[in-house]
Design a protein around this ligand. Structure first.
Ligand code: NAG
Ligand code: NAG
Length: 269
């Protein structure tokens, strides 16, 4: 937000008003944070938190819908770059979230990923963990080419990942504890991926064909998938890998030399 000359007197006025009126104004971006009392929360479903860019914080409010009052607060925040919605009872998101780049909607009841137009094409982070997503259409995220972080863990009806953005610029993908049985689709083209969590899915074989193209992976979690045996070249070329989780994958022994290409791998206790 750009500072304007009128800001100082406006701030003084705002802090005066705050004594008797809830401080949800845009001036929160400049004033010290106001302590949220239960009374205040009841009056305001959401509040603005000022970090580098404004966050509209509506998390843990038991909201069943994002209503007018919440969006009024949003308008007073100025430019809302991030929307924190975790821990509510939302079954849908509002139709247009404007310029928001970060949407954290974890622990809700959402059945769908954002539709085109609902979230800006510039969005970089979506957290839809712990929702009720079932496998969306293959083009569900095609409209979000700027996405770098995607969290989709714990949506048991999610069976595949064919809907990832394509071209895919994802750096972090968490899709643990779903029902993913197939990795067909854009995942093999997400060459910028650094962390990949596929734990607790329904994979039936080590995904060699996918891993072969994910040369930047640093963290890989395949635990709790019945993927053994592991062919010798399973992790070939993953020279950046520092962390690899393979617990409960059915592996009794790994072929000698399977980690030959992984000089950075740290062996835990
Ligand atoms: C989303 O919000 C939850 C709860 O506030 C937090 O634990 C989680 O780390 C957030 N997700 C991301 C990607 O920051
Ligand atoms: C944590 C959670 O609510 N997970 C849900 C994921 O999706 C399945 C099926 O839609 C639900 O049954 C889970 O409860």
């Amino acid at each position: 937000m750009r500072a304007r000359p009128v800001l100082a007197p406006a701030l003084a006025l705002a802090s005066l008003l705050c004594v008797s009126w809830p401080c949800e104004s845009a001036y929160l971006a400049h004033a010290p944070p106001v302590v949220a009392t239960p009374w205040r929360k009841a009056l305001l479903p959401c509040e603005c938190a000022a970090a580098a860019a404004a966050t509209l914080d509506c998390s843990e409010r038991g909201l069943a819908a994002l209503d007018e009052a919440a969006l009024r607060v949003a308008r007073r925040c100025g430019r809302v770059a991030a929307l924190a919605l975790a821990g509510n009872r939302l079954e849908a998101l509002p139709d247009a979230l404007g310029d928001v780049r970060v949407v954290n909607a974890s622990r809700n009841r959402l059945r769908q990923l954002p539709r085109p137009g609902q979230v800006s094409a510039q969005a970089t982070l979506l957290d839809f963990s712990d929702n009720r997503l079932s496998s969306p259409g293959d083009d569900a995220l095609r409209h979000l080419p700027a996405l770098r972080t995607l969290r989709l863990s714990r949506n048991r009806s999610l069976r595949h990942l064919r809907f990832l953005p394509d071209p895919c610029g994802l750096v972090h993908l968490e899709a643990g504890e779903n029902g993913v049985a197939s990795l067909d689709g854009p995942l093999a083209r997400c060459a910028r991926l650094e962390t990949l969590d596929l734990s607790g899915n329904a994979l039936a074989a080590a995904p060699r064909h996918v891993l072969a193209s994910l040369r930047r992976l640093r963290v890989l979690d395949l635990s709790w998938n019945d993927v053994a045996p592991f062919p010798l070249d399973t992790f070939a070329g993953l020279t950046q890998l520092t962390e690899l989780r393979l617990d409960s994958t059915g592996a009794e022994a790994l072929p000698e030399g399977i980690f030959a290409d992984l000089p950075q791998l740290e062996f835990g206790a």
